[in-house]
Ligand binder design. Structure first.
Ligand SMILES: *[C@@H]1O[C@H](CO)[C@@H](O)[C@H](O)[C@H]1NC(C)=O
Ligand SMILES: *[C@@H]1O[C@H](CO)[C@@H](O)[C@H](O)[C@H]1NC(C)=O
Ligand SMILES: *[C@@H]1O[C@H](CO)[C@@H](O)[C@H](O)[C@H]1NC(C)=O
Ligand SMILES: *[C@@H]1O[C@H](CO)[C@@H](O)[C@H](O)[C@H]1NC(C)=O
Length: 261
């Protein structure tokens, strides 16, 4: 009895406030997470939480850095102790491609039976940019996209309003908001993999997530390792300059959606 009680109080105290669903995969950066951890992942050693192979030729620390000053200061998630700064510059060509890319991919625990590509799931993330390293508005960016692009954010270039961060589902612009330096944008893609739909939850700063776009029909699919947490910029021969994008609160939830950020 005593051990049951202490176990209960432990698990209650470590649960995030008002966390509604069950976390299937967590890409939060806790206080012990270091940049060296990203390099421990390889195809022959697939350790969670991230695959790290889509990047340029410089060392990992050129593209990724972690700090408690890089996260949404209003995050209430337990374990969301650091934020990730991703750098994109003219060295960020992967595999000789003419686009620049700095992207992480979720890695689930192998053999644990975790499937982040079926059912109704919520893909949570928060992002920000600053004055320094503000993204180049002239060039299209694809952000937080799945391989088949059934849901993604876009910024710049050919996107509907180039100064907006715009949500696309099924290749059509559905919603947008002006991308402002220093503002934290919180999102959740509500993805129905079984019935083919995706909805958007969004907020800024400390605000709770709100459903901003009802389910849009889309060919929602994932092999569980094709969500790109990061940015792809279509330089195609021009030098788009150096950019920094900040990330935090990245996790995949099943059940009821948590609106608290
Ligand atoms: C911190 O995060 C790492 C990587 O996700 C995880 O392996 C570790 O268990 C976490 N530590 C704590 C104290 O939660
Ligand atoms: C959000 O974070 C800022 C910066 O730390 C802080 O000043 C503000 O009080 C926070 N707002 C809420 C609602 O927690
Ligand atoms: C662009 O952002 C503004 C400001 O948030 C918003 O009112 C507008 O609807 C957005 N436009 C598009 C096409 O996303
Ligand atoms: C890449 O960027 C660096 C730093 O801004 C600059 O010195 C260099 O000329 C650029 N290289 C190319 C090929 O554009």
């Amino acid at each position: 009895m005593k051990s049951t009680l202490s176990l209960l109080s432990l698990s209650l105290s470590t649960l995030p406030l008002a966390h509604a669903g069950t976390t299937l995969w967590s890409g939060l950066f806790n206080e012990t997470f270091t940049v060296e951890n990203f390099d421990k992942w390889s195809w022959s050693s697939q350790i969670p939480p991230y695959q790290w192979y889509i990047h340029g030729t410089e060392s990992t620390s050129h593209y990724l850095s972690l700090s408690d000053t890089f996260k949404n200061p209003n995050s209430t998630l337990v374990g969301d102790e650091q934020g990730l700064k991703t750098t994109l510059d003219n060295t960020s060509s992967w595999n000789g491609q003419s686009m620049m890319r700095t992207e992480l991919i979720p890695q689930v625990e192998s053999g644990a039976g975790v499937d982040i590509g079926s059912g109704k799931l919520y893909y949570h993330f928060s992002l920000a940019v600053n004055e320094e390293g503000f993204p180049n508005e002239d060039i299209e960016h694809q952000v937080a996209f799945f391989e088949s692009h059934f849901t993604e954010l876009k910024y710049g270039g050919s996107s509907d309003v180039s100064s907006n961060l715009t949500w696309y589902a099924n290749s059509a612009a559905q919603w947008g908001t002006e991308l402002v330096a220093g503002e934290w944008y919180n999102f959740a893609y509500g993805i129905d993999f079984d019935n083919g739909g995706v909805e958007l939850y969004a907020s800024t700063g400390a605000e709770e997530l709100e459903l901003v776009v009802d389910a849009v029909e889309a060919s929602a699919q994932s092999n569980g390792q094709d969500w790109h947490v990061g940015v792809l910029r279509l330089d195609n021969g021009v030098d788009g300059g150096e950019e920094a994008w900040y990330w935090g609160g990245v996790y995949v939830e099943e059940g009821d959606v948590s609106l608290e950020v």
